[in-house]
Design a binder for this molecule. Structure first.
Ligand SMILES: O=C(O)C(=O)C[C@]1(C(=O)O)C=C[C@@H](O)C=C1
Length: 353
């Protein structure tokens, strides 16, 4: 077929797609009107999860499921903004990994607000200055972000969703030749994650540690012969060239983020529940609690302890399990755990990533 003919067909399909997307948008606007009268949240993570699962099942095209999910994330994001434009706080600065995670979860039709601390994110969501917040919770190489876990002990906010992001670093610079780089800015963790690549690819460069990767990109954008190790999205933000991509030493470098808010999610069919508790002070207390999960055949996907700030040498345990707290088995198990512990709190049930 001639190029012109192919393009004519593509244009005709685009027209059909536009018509269908417009129809979808009108329906979502109607959903928004129904929600106002029933006081329901605009963002319903369990419904979005079901939409994606359904599309993945039906996808027999040459497009990957990942591509389908990212296309529909943007369609849903644009439609959702017709109900109410959401405000989402993330751990900044702009172009940080948390910003990327926020965009991956909510799409781009959202008001994103950069915050300079995890505290500020919790504060803004608690006071309704933001509808949701995005906070890092654990990294495959660095482990859990204890500061985020500690915040849950004293907050009424819920975990409404989670997202995993592959952490990939790029070498960004105003220069277009890697050999002209004399200085590199980055966060100490990023230098550590790209150590071998730097040794093998750059000779006699000065490594300068700064507070964030996006700040590194900003500094480098004002300085000749310098570069930054940053996420790739910082290149367009600071007008830099991408001199090298995926320069991290380990292939498996991912960070998991929580979306925090005030939703109480209904089951999506494939959920996780996060909870915290302190075992009572007696021999075998933790063993007894873990045994309850075993007895009910409940799978634990994360366990982490943090000092209980109220009593010295006592600990709060944070646990993620598979299943929704409205499920009968989970309900029974959690009731038993509540009776065998103190400071028990369900932090949220949310669709598995
Ligand atoms: O089903 C809803 O509750 C909607 O608001 C519609 C819709 C969508 O675009 O499909 C939009 C936002 C929600 O997060 C989930 C789905």
């Amino acid at each position: 077929m001639l190029l012109n003919e192919l393009r004519k067909k593509i244009t005709a399909i685009d027209t059909q797609l536009l018509d269908l997307i417009s129809k979808r948008a009108e329906l979502v606007k109607n959903v928004g009107e129904v929600k106002i009268s029933s006081d329901t949240h605009t963002y319903i993570p369990e419904r979005e999860k079901q939409i994606f699962e359904n599309l993945k099942k039906q996808n027999h095209s040459s497009l990957s499921n990942e591509s389908i999910v990212s296309i529909f994330t943007e369609i849903i994001s644009a439609c959702r903004s017709l109900e109410t434009p959401l405000t989402v706080s993330y751990l900044g600065p702009e172009a940080s990994f948390t910003h990327s995670a926020a965009i991956k979860k909510f799409g781009s039709s959202v008001n994103f607000v950069s915050q300079n601390s995890i505290d500020a994110i919790f504060y803004n969501v608690e006071r309704n200055f933001s509808d949701y917040g995005v906070v890092p919770i654990e990294n495959t190489t660095e482990g859990t972000v204890s500061y985020t876990l500690d915040k849950f002990a004293n907050s009424k906010l819920k975990i409404v969703s989670e997202i995993e992001l592959k952490i990939s670093h790029s070498l960004l610079s105003k220069e277009d030749d890697i050999n002209s780089i004399k200085k590199i800015y980055s966060h100490p963790q990023s230098f550590a994650q790209c150590k071998n690549w730097i040794i093998n690819n750059l000779k006699n460069v000065e490594l300068i540690e700064v507070s964030s990767n996006s700040y590194a990109a900003k500094l480098s954008s004002n300085e000749p012969n310098s570069a930054a190790i940053s996420p790739k999205i910082a290149a367009s933000r600071y007008n830099l060239n991408v001199l090298a991509e995926s320069i991290e030493d380990s292939e498996h470098n991912s960070t998991r983020f929580f979306i925090i808010g005030k939703n109480i999610n209904a089951p999506s069919g494939h959920d996780k529940t996060s909870l915290m508790f302190s075992p009572k002070e007696k021999i075998g207390a933790l063993y007894e609690i873990l045994r309850i999960f075993y007895n009910y055949n409940i799978n634990l996907t994360m366990i982490e302890s943090r000092p209980n700030k109220k009593i010295s040498w006592q600990y709060i345990f944070f646990i993620d399990i598979e299943g929704h707290y409205e499920n009968d088995i989970i309900k029974k198990a959690l009731e038993e755990i509540k009776n065998s512990s103190t400071d028990f709190k369900i932090l949220g049930s949310y669709p598995q990533k």
